[in-house]
Design a protein around this ligand. Structure first.
Ligand code: MSP
Length: 523
């Protein structure tokens, strides 16, 4: 993709019934890394995140705490969800709440249009509803309950009983979109990714789509249906629209055209909503469908999907307090193949912190900047004739930049990091072989020493640029120590072309200090 294109990326908007855990932080960090990378390529980037505040789940939680749902949502947004963005250093461009007036207006406009165009009708519905999922379930989605729910049918995701609901609702003619959706998946094979999620979605739609109940009359915590105020809009129909109401739908056509369509990053548990219901809604409204829907895997703890309701939840701050924000970001992006499930353990993060961040990268940065300080008084040395080993480093910088950019384009975030690490390893190997501390002992080797340190410094600067979307704080510290200013102004797809400043200030403290007592076993 040439730099300068529009890149609008979204996270799911999170339910405010509970506080964030590392699964939510994982989605945020992945989206933020992609956004930071594109922003630094010069793309017209927009990262949207926010909160999903309507529906029965939030209503019940608020009621059980003796507050109104709006008071509950306000409290959770301010005390938990916005602080999450600080905790894991998210550079979002907007934060939408489904209780924002801009959102409520947009949802009503959209719904009215679908109603006027004949895509909505009134009907009767009876089915099993899971409040945890905020979704009607098919009998095949249910399993036998255990423990307190022995003898009952429970939701396979939440392990809690479903409720039988019988309602007279408004319905969206989703069944009209079965063939158009299948055509979409065929003509845009990368619309849903990864392939495992795509296959599941295609199979699901091939089995036939039913019309979707999109309103509720049994409670009133939601956006009112514009032509019948005794109904509120179904929470998923409301929530999905955040992606367009945040970018000017119906009120600011210029902004809307500039941003939409988006790339959606979601957990695979909610890929179906984004890859089936959402494009059907957009097709009905005559709007472009998303560019891509990427369903990432689950974070598992002890082999089980981590969730608060199953008591396996870990707060992001438990990890950042011990290892720091950059290490949190690095670990989850590196250790888990984006698109697959991955197990979290304190032992694993601790081992990677030590081996890869502290020893592999941090140490390299400290050694090189210290040697420039010691042998050249902090003045950047001028390289002499380049030997094959020096040229090999240069080539690695260029190749790694190209390959990492390609990996990000494919959402292969962990591959991008792995390829960047080839430069870390190459530089460590180069220093070991060239032994600048030996060269420094002989005046006759002064020019060779200058070449080796200049080559190392160049590689280090390239690493700072390439790593900035992943570990923004450490990368900026390193960039400053090599005499540079604002890191994000160096285009990332030209990472190896940065021009060096005259002086280097050795890194006083390491980028990743030794951690004596990681909280092993705390999970
Ligand atoms: N509110 C809906 C989304 C509406 S989007 C229009 C919702 N919210 S949620 O709070 O339950 O968060 C869902 C997202 O959090 C998942 O899609 C996923 O991205 C992330 N995760 C929640 N638990 C997770 C794991 N254990 N592992 C990885 N991601 C997880 O669904």
């Amino acid at each position: 993709m040439p730099a300068g294109d529009s890149f609008f990326i979204t996270t799911p908007i999170f339910y405010v019934n509970d506080v964030p855990h590392i699964g939510h932080a994982y989605t945020e960090v992945a989206s933020d890394v992609l956004a930071r990378w594109h922003r630094q390529r010069g793309d017209d980037t927009w990262l949207l995140t926010g909160t999903d505040e309507h529906g029965q789940k939030i209503l019940r939680t608020a009621t059980s705490h003796d507050v109104s749902p709006k008071e509950w949502a306000d409290k959770l947004v301010e005390e938990s969800w916005k602080p999450l963005l600080e905790t894991v250093n998210i550079a979002n461009d907007d934060f939408i709440r489904t209780t924002d007036a801009r959102h409520e207006t947009g949802v009503q406009l959209f719904l009215q249009k679908l109603y006027d165009d004949g895509f909505i009708y009134q009907g009767e519905f009876e089915g099993f509803y899971c409040v945890g999922c905020e979704e009607y379930k098919q009998p095949s989605d249910l399993v036998d309950g255990t423990g307190p729910f022995e003898g009952q049918q429970v939701c396979a995701i939440h392990s809690k009983p479903v409720e039988v609901l019988k309602e007279s609702n408004y319905f969206f003619r989703m069944s009209d979109f079965e063939q158009p959706l299948l055509d979409l998946y065929a003509s845009q094979p990368d619309f849903v990714q990864p392939a495992s999620v795509r296959n599941e979605i295609v199979q699901f739609v091939k089995q036939g789509l039913r019309d979707l109940s999109i309103s509720r009359a049994s409670f009133d915590w939601g956006i009112k249906v514009p032509w019948d105020e005794s109904h509120v809009v179904y929470v998923w129909f409301d929530a999905l629209l955040n992606y367009v109401t945040a970018t000017g739908y119906g009120v600011d056509q210029e902004e809307f055209d500039r941003r939409w369509p988006a790339v959606h990053i979601v957990g695979k548990d909610i890929a179906r909503f984004h890859a089936v219901i959402w494009p059907a809604m957009l097709l009905a409204a005559g709007l472009p469908v998303p560019k891509r829907v990427f369903g990432h895997g689950w974070l598992l703890v002890g082999g089980e999907k981590m969730s608060k309701s199953k008591l396996t939840g870990i707060a992001p701050q438990q990890i950042t307090d011990t290892f720091g924000v950059d290490a949190f970001r690095y670990y989850f992006m590196r250790a888990i193949t984006f698109g697959q499930d991955g197990n979290f353990s304190w032992e694993d993060i601790s081992a990677r912190y030590q081996a890869e961040l502290a020893n592999g990268f941090g140490n390299l940065a400290s050694r090189i900047t210290a040697m420039v300080g010691r042998y050249f008084d902090g003045t950047v040395p001028i390289a002499g004739d380049l030997q094959p080993a020096d040229l090999a480093i240069r080539e690695t910088e260029l190749r790694v930049t190209r390959e990492a950019d390609g990996a990000i384009e494919r959402f292969a975030i962990n591959e991008a990091l792995a390829v960047i690490w080839e430069l870390v390893d190459a530089l460590n190997g180069y220093i070991t072989e060239q032994e600048p501390w030996v060269l420094a002992k002989s005046e006759a080797q002064r020019e060779r020493l200058a070449t080796v340190l200049s080559t190392s410094l160049r590689g280090l600067g390239t690493l700072a640029v390439l790593l900035s979307p992943f570990i923004p704080e450490a990368a900026q510290k390193l960039w400053q120590s090599i005499g540079q200013g604002e890191l994000t102004s160096q285009p990332i797809d030209r990472a190896a072309e940065w021009s060096s400043a005259p002086t280097v200030t050795p890194l006083a403290a390491g980028l990743f200090p030794r951690i004596e007592q990681p909280e092993a076993g705390a999970a």
